[in-house]
Design a protein around this ligand. Sequence first.
Ligand SMILES: [Zn+2]
Length: 236
Amino acid sequence: MTELLFRDDGYLRSCRARVMHGDGRGIRLDRTVFYPMSGGQPGDTGVLRLSSGQAIAIVDTVKGVAADEVVHVPAPGSVLPEPGAELVAEIDWDRRYRLMRMHTCMHLLCSVVPGAVTGGQVADGRGRLDFDVPGSSLDKEAIASRLNELIAEAHPVGPRWITNEELAAQPDLVRTMSVKPPSGTGRVRLMEISGVDLQPCGGTHVRNTAEIGPVIVAKIENKGRQNRRVILAFAE
Ligand SMILES: [Zn+2]
């Protein structure tokens, strides 16, 4: 199995690793800093630098069939490395950091808008959540103003692990109906924004809400009678 270094430290930009397997789908390593697409957060891009000097551009990262299996998708036409080859795996940090900032802001949005979350997606520079709320009850300016307050208040953000039983006893912790919390090992990873939000999440986050920076509500779309899509973007 792949050791998931991003799970404990989202700020790791690179790591040494060994090739376990490469095929038409992509390259598996024994450890990685590349986050695979899941939970509404896109997979990382970057480069694998082999000790031979060969550099393989990675255009996407996805989950494999097995749990904790990460597949690094090389640019078309890349020469695959041999099993056992040693390399340095390096993510496109600027892009990842924007994704971490926007992903963390999605947690704030969850706490600002009342109502169940029915879907969500983070993209580079933008993010959206769908809420099960009626009518035109959402105010664009009020949401933006509350978000920017929470960002400026500089709340610490960090993981907390609980058991499956503890989570089952507190079903209200699961705000995102479309995203299954990471579990299966008997314990569940929660992300806590001190005093603001607590929910299961396996994605990568910044350590403090101040790192998000100012945001705007770009649009609130009507996606059906009970479904409102709130789209955020960075203000700068
Ligand atoms: Zn998250």
